[in-house]
Design a protein around this ligand. Structure first.
Ligand code: NMX
Ligand code: MLT
Length: 435
């Protein structure tokens, strides 16, 4: 058994009595009330999920296992000469709650190396799809196609498992799957946009470094991607991709079925696809003003045109956050250091000064501040990844770290099948006292 799995087993044994006690002794204690507007309005704010992997405070933003983004970036071990930490170390943190040592990170790197070979039929499948298929469809289909590899599904079918060791098979699937995602993502990119010239993996590189290598992009793109995967990894449980992955896994569907479903949710324009929408929107803006750098007044007018045509301003607003997303700030700091004079970055910075005021005047969005997607495309664009319909795949590789850590713990703590209750409109009218 790997040291990571051993550590996880110990953590799970320690944690199980806490969950059991809460349910057995305090199961009737009320957590929150539910209003009609919450029932109709996407369950916003209802506290009905549990995860210890990350927590989202509306004003502070995300903490991964209790650590803020700057703390994670500072405390996790980094490859020699690099600015950003190993993605493998972040995954260790998400799974165990502990900052790993250099040696513990190396062990995860070795584990991924053993598992990273992508089956040939995945490439065959990708190659059989029309080239204009959206890369998220390709990515999700590739994940789903590997379901036949699931150790969990096999052991379940053979009747080998009991509830207490479900997690061990889930863990094996999660490690197998995660190890392959960088190669699948980079393959889609090079096949679709770079004249079908895939670059083989370099087994000596870490998760972020190998991804940059397979994309064919020089340093510091490896650090960009380490930062990017870490920032996008988790955003507590209620966002569409995490919640979908959890929901599907709750039926004891394996990691392949569950992640593929979560990725399909991430592909929606109000969720992860917003990063491609932001770039498209900025390109429309630039097309409108030609070579001339738009002024703040131009930007303001463009925002109003967007709103008046009934569209949302992509990259702004959030269901939980009520301040600038710290993931936006982290990327902004990186851009200030590495690409301060880039024209696109300057437009994004000007939008930061303009959009919140416009949205406040517009009076609808509860949060006028930028989210993670308002910034991510600009950095990709700068380093040469200009095919913006690919951006959500990058988000998806990062998000896999969080949602897969979550479903490992779901199995460890024996969370049941998710099945909330619905009511009819007649019933709501009765509850409201109008019927
Ligand atoms: N531009 C214009 N209108 C907005 C925006 C925005 N950026 N954000 C919210 N609104 C509107 C929203 O459409 C709704 O209008 P209506 O009453 O007509 O239905 C109203 O403001 C109230 O919405 P909120 O309660 O503030 O937001 P909600 O929690 O429903 O949705 C988002 C959250 C993120 C879906 C929403 O802010 C949005 O559509 N933002 C733009 C898309 C985006 O950036 N998504 C990425 C989110 C992060 N991610 O990666 O997943
Ligand atoms: C996310 O990272 O999942 C998004 O910010 C959306 C959310 O948290 O609802």
């Amino acid at each position: 058994m790997s040291k990571l799995k051993e550590k996880l087993a110990k953590k799970i044994e320690e944690h199980r009595p806490r969950t059991t006690r809460l349910v057995k002794e305090y199961g009737d204690v009320k957590v929150c009330d539910v209003t009609i507007s919450q029932v109709i309005g996407g369950m916003r704010g209802i506290k009905c999920l549990v995860t210890d992997i990350s927590y989202l405070d509306p004003y502070e933003g995300i903490r991964f296992r209790g650590y803020t983004i700057p703390e994670v970036m500072e405390k996790l071990p980094k490859p020699a000469g690099c600015e950003m930490p190993y993605v493998e170390g972040h995954f260790y943190l998400l799974l165990t709650g502990e900052i790993p040592t250099e040696e513990e990170v190396q062990e995860v790197i070795e584990e991924f190396k053993k598992r990273k070979q992508v089956p040939q039929y995945v490439y065959d499948l990708l190659r059989s799809m029309p080239r204009d298929t959206h890369p998220m469809t390709m990515f999700s289909a590739a994940v789903l196609s590997m379901q036949r590899e699931s150790k969990f599904a096999k052991a379940y079918a053979e009747g080998k498992m009991n509830k207490f060791n479900y997690w061990e098979y889930m863990y094996e699937d999660v490690m197998d799957l995660l190890a392959k995602l960088p190669e699948i993502g980079a393959y889609i990119y090079r096949m679709k946009y770079k004249g079908d010239t895939p670059i083989p993996s370099n087994p000596d590189l870490d998760f972020g470094g190998d991804f940059a290598h397979m994309m064919g992009i020089d340093k510091p793109y490896d650090d960009v991607m380490r930062m990017y995967f870490i920032l996008h990894s988790d955003h507590e449980s209620g966002n569409v991709s995490a919640h979908t992955t959890h929901l599907v896994a709750s039926a004891l569907s394996d990691a392949y079925y569950s992640l593929s479903a979560g990725l399909n949710g991430l592909a929606g324009p109000l969720h992860g696809l917003a990063n491609q929408e932001v770039l498209k929107w900025i390109q429309d803006l630039r097309a409108k003003y030609g070579d001339k750098m738009p002024t703040k007044e131009d930007l303001e007018k463009f925002c109003w045109d967007t709103l008046n045509s009934g569209q949302v301003i992509p990259g702004y607003g959030h269901a939980v956050l009520r301040k600038t997303d710290p993931r936006y700030t982290a990327q902004r700091e990186f851009a200030l250091k590495h690409l301060p004079d880039d024209e696109l970055f300057q437009i994004v910075s000007m939008l930061y000064e303009v959009v919140p005021g416009v949205l406040e005047k517009h009076g609808k969005a509860k949060n006028p501040w930028p989210n993670v997607d308002a910034h991510s495309g600009v950095i990709q664009w700068y380093y040469g990844v200009r095919e913006y319909d690919f951006y959500t795949v990058l988000f998806g590789i990062g998000r896999a770290l969080g949602v897969l850590a979550n479903i490992t713990w779901d199995r460890a703590l024996g969370y049941p099948i998710e099945r909330p209750k619905s009511v009819t409109t007649d019933m709501l009218e009765e509850i409201a006292g109008i019927k």
